[in-house]
Design a protein around this ligand. Structure first.
Ligand code: ZN
Length: 496
């Protein structure tokens, strides 16, 4: 291997190792750290962030990237390494240090203000903070010198995706979902969610979740399951930890939350052992990551074949609780669809409408067509348009998500992309494994994991997400597989 490439990979791997330490500290903070340790941890994180920034922007790394970017002899994988490192290097060097610090401070304050404002249901208290975050985000987008401000932000979360492409996808998706939702609302025999709202002791939930995780192929020797206030997945390759949260009176929360996070974890555990520390060996994008979690949570975990196998076991895990509920009623109960105000509680049909709402608002904010003070009204009018319901509080409306307060603008679309990619991957998986349903209904989840491992995980970010989608499915990303899947599934459940 040429000496420059070797040095470049060495530097890149060191940066990766430092970001893994960052994640480890973050995990510890959420799961284990004593409350009084917060200030100390803040100082540690700041020191580490400074170290990583210095490594990322070092002139030596910049020189190596520039030289290697012009070299002809690199293979496809190393070209992708250089492409990925170049993007990170440019982002780290184009944004002035003053702006990075100012924005980090504004976001920290804004998150505290958001929490309080949400608690008091007081949008006006949050507004000045949000104004500041938006102004600094616009400034950051300008510093990145992209022709389109929203595209510049998207690059952080979903490289290769553009505002224009999202506008087209979501523009097609919106009327399809609104029509489907109208049919569901008019259905004469809606399913009842009551069976999942019974009492499910936490110990049983945890034991059952662990059983499903193991069947999915999650390696507990290379991970762990803990509880935290907000579920998340942390780490990569041989140390991938997930967290969940339990509600003894709502089965779905821990059960589907754990399956979701395990989907993320399988992606990280499935990265190429020789490349997971390299720039192109890491997970492709947030959208593709979310496609993995939602694939398992919804397309597999909320499917009838899955419960054909697991329902008897679930009943055994909670003796007596589901005696009067047959498989069909249970399947319908976990798939209830109804317009609701809160995104994180939304079902498979309405979820993407929540995302489209946020995307349209963000994109107007970035284009200067909307200001922070206009958000509550704009929010409500879009809720009315898309879901036909109105929040009576800010808490259930514009103040519900943490993202904007944290400066995460351009992040929301990746959730919807995850749903779309997932459905398109499932279509291809069915072609490759025609007896998928039979296998899943026998509890054989191994072939699903293996397919995802070899088609998606092992590539890391050798290809940008739109190209990965074409490589895996032979087609560009489209809303069709998702719309067809939802129409079939919910048509059967709601009888139209
Ligand atoms: Zn997720």
């Amino acid at each position: 291997m040429n000496e420059k490439l070797e040095r470049f990979l060495e530097r890149s791997r060191e940066i990766h190792d430092l970001t893994e330490i960052q994640q480890g500290l973050e995990w510890d903070q959420q799961v284990m750290m004593p409350r009084k340790g917060a200030a100390q941890r803040g100082a540690q994180q700041a020191a580490l962030a400074g170290l990583i920034h210095a490594r990322l922007t070092s002139p030596e790394l910049g020189d190596l990237i520039r030289t290697l970017a012009e070299e002809d002899g690199l293979d496809e994988t190393h070209k992708a390494d250089v492409r990925e490192a170049k993007r990170a290097w440019e982002r780290a060097t184009k944004i002035p240090a003053r702006l990075v610090t100012e924005r980090a401070q504004a976001c920290a304050l804004s998150q505290v203000a958001w929490e309080e404002a949400r608690h008091n249901d007081d949008f006006e208290a949050f507004r000045p903070h949000l104004e500041k975050v938006i102004a600094l985000t616009r400034e950051m987008a300008a510093a990145l010198e992209a022709p389109n401000a929203y595209d510049a932000l998207l690059e952080d979360f979903e490289p290769g995706m553009t505002e224009e492409a999202l506008r087209t996808l979501f523009g097609e998706l919106k009327p399809e979902l609104v029509t489907l939702l109208d049919k569901i609302k008019g259905a004469p025999n809606p399913p009842s969610q009551e069976p999942v709202l019974r009492h499910y002791p936490r110990s049983g939930q945890e034991a059952f979740s662990r059983r499903v995780m193991a069947d999915m192929g999650y390696d507990l020797g290379a991970g762990r399951l803990d509880a935290s206030a907000h579920p998340f997945t942390s780490g990569t390759f041989a140390d991938v930890r997930i967290t969940t949260r339990y509600d003894e009176n709502f089965l779905n929360m821990a059960l589907f939350g754990t399956i979701h996070e395990t989907g993320h974890a399988l992606y990280e555990q499935g990265l190429d052992p020789d490349r997971y520390r390299d720039p192109s060996g890491q997970a492709c994008s947030l959208g593709v990551h979310e496609s993995q979690s939602r694939f398992w949570e919804n397309l597999i975990g909320r499917s009838r074949p899955f419960w054909k196998h697991y329902y008897a076991e679930l009943r055994k895990a909670f003796p007596g609780v589901l005696d009067d509920v047959d498989l069909d009623a249970f399947y319908r109960a976990i798939n209830v669809c109804q317009p609701s105000l809160i995104r994180v509680e939304a079902d498979e049909v309405t979820y993407n409408l929540h995302i489209i709402l946020r995307f349209e608002l963000e994109s107007a904010l970035l284009a200067g067509k909307l200001e922070a003070g206009d958000l509550p009204e704009a929010w409500n009018s879009k809720m009315q348009e898309l879901l036909g319901i109105l929040p009576s509080t800010f808490r259930e409306g514009v103040l519900q998500d943490i993202h904007w307060s944290a400066g995460l603008i351009g992040y929301f679309p990746t959730y919807a992309l995850g749903n779309l990619y997932g459905a398109q991957f499932l279509e291809k998986l069915r072609e490759d494994l025609p007896d998928l349903n039979e296998r899943v209904s026998r509890g054989e989840l191994g072939p699903v994991k293996e397919w995802l491992n070899t088609r998606i995980h092992v590539h890391g970010r050798r290809y940008l997400a739109p190209e990965l989608c074409r490589k895996v499915t032979g087609k560009p990303l489209s809303i069709r597989p998702s719309v067809a899947y939802l129409t079939r599934k919910f048509g059967e459940i709601y009888g139209f």
